[in-house]
Write a protein that binds this ligand. Structure first.
Ligand SMILES: CC(C)(COP(=O)(O)OP(=O)(O)OC[C@H]1O[C@@H](n2cnc3c(N)ncnc32)[C@H](O)[C@@H]1OP(=O)(O)O)[C@@H](O)C(=O)NCCC(=O)NCCS
Length: 204
C-alpha cells in the first residue's frame, strides 16, 4: 500500500483493487453520489468496480506524471470514505488537456464532516509543491452546491462557465500556486462571514 498524503483525520493512499472494490462500490453504486458525476461513474457490481480500479491504476502508471485518483481513508475507523483526484482535464473528445483538476467524491455516510475540504487542501498542496503545477482547476455542475461550497472553502476563484472540458457546460474554479495558502487563511478567519453558495452561483 502506498500512502501519498496524510492529514489530521485522513490518509490519502493508492487503491488496492482486490481489497477495496467492495468499499468503492458503496460509493459509486449510490445514485446520490453519482448524480452530478454522470451515468458512466455509476458502478453496477463489485467486479466491474474492481476492474475500474485496476484500469485507473494502469492509466496512472502509463501517464507517470504524478496524477491519479486515490482512496481517502478515515484514520479513526480505517474506512474508505471517498476518492480524491488530481487529473488532466479532458477536452470534449476525452483527450487530456494541459489543465489539471482536483476532484472529490465521498460516500454519503461521510458527508458533512469537512473531509472533502481536508482532502482537497492537501491534494492542492501536493499539486503545487510536488508536481509544480502553476494552476489547478475544479469543474462543477451548476447545481452542485455542496461541491461549489468546497471550492470556496479551499479559496478557489470562480472563473465562470465553460464547455471546454468533458463536452458539457461546467462552472470553473481556479487556484494559482501563488495563492495556495489563501483557502487556509480564509477558512481560519472567515467564520460567520462566509458568503453563501447561492450568491456565488447567481454571479454566473
Ligand atoms: C461534494 C461532496 C464531496 C461534499 O461533501 P461534504 O464534504 O460532506 O460537504 P458538506 O455536506 O459538508 O457540504 C459542504 C458545504 O456545502 C453546503 N451544502 C451541502 N449541500 C448543499 C445544498 N444542497 N445546497 C446548498 N449548500 C449545500 C453545506 O452546508 C456545506 O457548507 P458549509 O461549509 O457552509 O457548512 C459530496 O456531496 C459528494 O461526494 N457528492 C457526490 C460527488 C460529487 O458530486 N462530487 C463533486 C463533483 S464536482
Amino acid at each position: 500500500m502506498t500512502i501519498l498524503l496524510e492529514t489530521k483525520r485522513l490518509i490519502i493512499r493508492s487503491w488496492i483493487p482486490e481489497r477495496d472494490a467492495e468499499q468503492a462500490f458503496l460509493i459509486y453504486n449510490d445514485p446520490e453520489v453519482t448524480h452530478f458525476l454522470g451515468k458512466a461513474s455509476r458502478a453496477t457490481n463489485v467486479e466491474s468496480q474492481r476492474q475500474r480500479l485496476i484500469e485507473n491504476i494502469k492509466q496512472s502508471h502509463r501517464r507517470n506524471n504524478g496524477t491519479g485518483s486515490w482512496a481517502i481513508v478515515e484514520k479513526e475507523t480505517t474506512t474508505i470514505v471517498g476518492t480524491i483526484l488530481l487529473l488532466q482535464l479532458p477536452d470534449k473528445d476525452g483527450l487530456p488537456t494541459q489543465d489539471y483538476e482536483v476532484g472529490w467524491h465521498l460516500r454519503r455516510a461521510s458527508w458533512g464532516k469537512g473531509y472533502a475540504t481536508e482532502a482537497g487542501r492537501v491534494m492542492l498542496n501536493y499539486g503545487f509543491s510536488v508536481l509544480n503545477l502553476p494552476v489547478i482547476y475544479a469543474v462543477v455542475k451548476l447545481e452542485n452546491y455542496a461541491s461549489i461550497r468546497i471550492t470556496q472553502r479551499l479559496g478557489m476563484k470562480p472563473i465562470g462557465s465553460t464547455n471546454k472540458y468533458y463536452g458539457i457546460q461546467l462552472l470553473l474554479f481556479q487556484l494559482d500556486a501563488s495563492e495556495k495558502n489563501r483557502g487556509e487563511q480564509e477558512e481560519q478567519g472567515a467564520g460567520e462571514q462566509r458568503s453563501g453558495v447561492q450568491r456565488l452561483v447567481s454571479e454566473y
